[in-house]
Design a protein around this ligand. Structure first.
Ligand SMILES: *Cc1c(COP(=O)(O)O)cnc(C)c1O
Length: 416
């Protein structure tokens, strides 16, 4: 038997059945029409945002990093609760604009932006977080051609990264941002070319669970923003401090202490250098806002034995939920929390592996976990599926249908 992560405490049950936003897994499946299905509990997302607002200094903006989950109804539901959204492609930008987010509150980061993407952003009035000098040159030329003053921020590749961060995105040689030593000359160049300089974007890592490490990185980030601004001789309108807040997927992991981060950040901001006095600050989070709120529901198609081991073969798999199979940025495969959806309250009875329907040994959703007995036709719930799920998995692999997705936001979703 191998351990699994813990099921988020927000999920209740009724007569042993998992409840998501007050309704059972089978209710959601009936409403959506089939399995496999991702259900996102909007009340949990709102609760995360509210907790964060309470924890952070009042002046701190909260941005949603859309790539964690770009499901349009979710984007639309989150919009009223955040101060901005950060997108990483013109496709995400379109979805966010369609959801009614003001262009002035959208920023577009990411390497390899094509001319047509830069043009769409400039025409819409979205801020471009520049990833290189060459990108700046192209954006300025496009602004000239369109007769529009582009809104440009500079993404800085800092010389540090979050200690123990799950995914390295800053420090050393990176395709993201311009190296810190080259940022000030670039800012001067875009300002003198007539662009509207919107500020700095400094992102140093992802999936960190150590509050002290995040606080340390935020302090270093504010210090770097101050040094760069002094070097330029101008105050950045906005300093985007990045994010990096992780969630506890695996056994033994502790949820992040965001209250500790908030109080450290209050101290950091109180001690900032004078040039940053009037600057706005924001953090951008994807995973932490939406990751726990998603459940992936998949039905058992076959139950089989092989060499003394039991396999529950489901209609889902890594083509929808790659991360749970351990093939999305993890070094060692560990089990996400998983349950038999109508037997949540029951004691485990057997050790089984839950696999998907893809013809590859990689398609392992839960390895030798201890569960109540389940049969073909029963539904398996995989938790922690709200971020980097459907949109971050190879849905075309093997030609099965894409997963269904539904936003659980009663009373609205229950009325359809
Ligand atoms: C991916 C990404 C994020 C979101 O990261 P999470 O770990 O999901 O919070 C934020 N900012 C940038 C620049 C990103 O590339």
């Amino acid at each position: 038997m191998k351990p699994m992560g813990s099921i988020p405490a927000d999920f209740a049950m009724r007569e042993g059945a998992l409840l998501i936003a007050g309704r059972t897994a089978e209710d959601w499946i009936a409403e959506a029409g089939d399995t496999p299905l991702f259900v996102y509990d909007m009340a949990m997302v709102r609760a995360c945002i509210a907790r964060l607002r309470a924890a952070l200094p009042e002046a701190m903006g909260i941005h949603y990093a859309v790539k964690a989950n770009p499901f349009p109804p979710l984007i639309a539901a989150i919009r009223p609760y955040v101060d901005g959204m950060d997108v990483a492609s013109a496709g995400e930008m379109r979805r966010v604009l369609d959801a009614g987010m003001a262009a002035a509150d959208i920023s577009f980061a990411g390497p390899g932006k094509r001319d047509r993407e830069l043009e769409a952003a400039i025409a819409a009035g979205v801020t471009i977080n520049l990833e290189s000098e060459a990108e700046a040159t192209r954006a300025l030329a496009i602004g000239d051609r369109l007769g529009i003053r582009p809104r440009l921020a500079v993404r800085v590749n800092p010389d540090f990264e979050i200690r123990g961060s799950g995914m390295r995105m800053g420090g050393g040689a990176r395709p993201f941002g311009v190296d810190a030593v080259r940022a000030a000359p670039l800012i001067r160049a875009i300002v003198s070319a007539g662009a509207e300089w919107r500020g700095l974007h400094i992102f140093a890592g992802s999936q960190a669970l150590d509050a002290a490490a995040i606080a340390e990185t935020q302090a270093a980030t504010v210090a770097l923003a101050g040094e760069l601004s002094d070097a330029v001789g101008a105050a950045p309108p906005l300093v985007n401090l990045g994010g990096g807040f992780g969630i506890a997927y695996f056994p033994g992991e502790q949820p992040l202490d965001v209250e500790a981060i908030g109080s450290a950040l209050a101290g950091t901001l109180a001690g900032r250098v004078p040039i940053l006095a009037e600057s706005a600050f924001a953090i951008e989070l994807g995973r932490w806002l939406v990751g726990e709120a998603g459940v992936y529901l998949t039905r058992i198609v076959d139950r089989k034995e092989s060499h003394g081991e039991t396999f529950l073969v489901t209609d889902g798999g890594l083509h929808h939920q790659l991360a749970a199979s351990g093939n999305f940025g993890t070094v060692v495969r560990r089990n996400y929390p998983v349950a038999v959806a109508h037997r949540m309250g029951d004691e485990p009875e057997e050790t089984v592996s839950v696999v998907g329907c893809l013809c590859t040994p990689l398609d392992l959703l839960a390895n030798k976990v201890s569960l109540p007995r389940a049969e073909a036709g029963d539904v398996i719930a995989l938790f922690m599926a709200g971020a980097y799920g459907a949109s971050a998995s190879p849905q075309a692999f093997l030609g099965h249908p894409p997963a269904l997705e539904i936003l659980a936001d009663p009373p609205f979703s229950s009325q359809s």
